[in-house]
Design a protein around this ligand. Structure first.
Ligand code: PEP
Ligand code: MN
Length: 345
């Protein structure tokens, strides 16, 4: 729908617009109002080039799109009935919890094995553990591929499927060949379209799913769904959206908690939403409340950092990991709240 700056277009302007949309197989239909006339684009209006050319005309105020730009991730797309099942649990039908350490310490694997056992005991569905880590400071521990063996051993001991972050293309085959069930795209890489494409291509024809974090720099919700559309368009529709806090930060929190984007996402896309309260608030004491808020907003699950002894953890764990006891209570309460919401629906 084209909204001109003036109350109606001059004939020469209408002719110019008609010539552009005709190039893209569309037509223009004026909708004449008492005060203002607007112009419908009849046809497939999703071509970005057409929209860009129209938006470049100085007598156009704005273009409102009627059709969704998301061919696969849209709630009305053919994929809308697609369901993601991990370790026998179907997201949306059962509450799904991912929990575990921020970073696996390759020098002290027992902490991770004990954490994995506690995560299982607390009722989580998937174990998380960082093998490669995106660190703001280049001199801090960057992860170690040796931790992949520790992650797999923990998976073997607990029977839990595992999730780990891949930061570059070369990590993808290493994680897939190891049998990682879920590739995590971190907040820093959620706008790295070449990595998103590579993940989409690489996981084609496999059961692997992708946990896509929301970038701290993402504003409009469409930007987040577009990132998911990249992965789906290149071959893998098993995408879980993960709000994890954005910039600018709220005083006292690590990021600006963004669990409230969940209903906005659910209006537009069929993809399940698993909120990460740990990075959202960044302090263990605030994590349980943020987790419950996420469930109240309609999240299908949670991704929580936990450690059997947070002070012995590395990466984010000393500050934001939950102890096994708090994790167990948080998961229990989140499941109760989720069930209450579902019963009320
Ligand atoms: C993490 O999950 O440990 C992590 C680094 O997350 P994010 O990409 O959201 O910062
Ligand atoms: Mn972390």
């Amino acid at each position: 729908m084209i909204l001109p700056k003036s109350n109606r277009l001059a004939d020469s302007q209408l002719a110019e617009i008609a010539a552009i949309v005709t190039e893209f197989g569309c037509k223009i239909q004026p909708i004449i109002g008492a005060v203002r006339t607007i112009y419908a684009i009849v046809g497939d209006e999703r071509d970005e080039l057409m929209i860009n050319r129209l938006e470049g005309l100085d007598y156009i105020d704005r273009i409102d799109r009627i059709q969704s730009p998301f061919k696969l991730m849209d709630k009305r797309s053919d994929l809308a009935t697609h369901r993601i099942t991990i370790g026998g649990v179907t997201l949306g039908e059962q509450f799904f919890v991912i929990a575990g350490a921020c970073t696996i310490d390759p020098k002290n694997p027992n902490y991770f094995y004990e954490t994995a056992a506690a995560v299982k005991e607390a009722g989580a569905n998937m174990l998380r553990g960082g093998v490669w880590k995106p660190r703001t400071n280049p001199y801090t521990f960057q992860g170690d591929v040796k931790s992949m063996d520790i992650l797999l051993e923990a998976s073997h001991r607990t029977g839990l499927p595992v999730d780990t972050e891949v930061m570059e293309e070369a990590h993808i085959p290493v994680a897939l060949n190891a049998g990682v069930a879920c590739l995590q795209v971190g907040a820093r890489n959620a706008l790295n379209y070449s990595l998103l494409r590579a993940i989409g291509r690489a996981v084609d024809k496999r059961e692997t799913c992708v946990l896509l974090k929301r970038s701290i720099h993402m504003g409009p919700i469409n930007e987040f769904i577009s990132a998911a559309e990249y992965i789906a368009a290149f071959g893998n529709p098993n995408i879980i959206l993960c709000p994890r806090g954005t910039a600018p930060t709220l005083d006292g929190y690590r990021n600006h908690p963004d669990e409230s984007v969940t209903p906005l996402l659910k209006e537009k896309t069929w993809a399940p939403v698993v909120v990460d309260p740990s990075h959202s608030v960044g302090k263990a004491a605030y994590v349980p409340a943020c987790a419950l808020a996420a469930v109240a907003y309609g999240a299908d699950g949670l991704c929580i950092e936990a450690h059997v002894s947070p002070n012995h953890g590395i990466g984010d764990d000393p500050k934001q990991a939950l102890t096994p006891e708090v994790l167990a209570t948080t998961i229990k309460q989140a499941r109760q709240l989720w069930a209450l919401r579902r019963a009320a629906m």
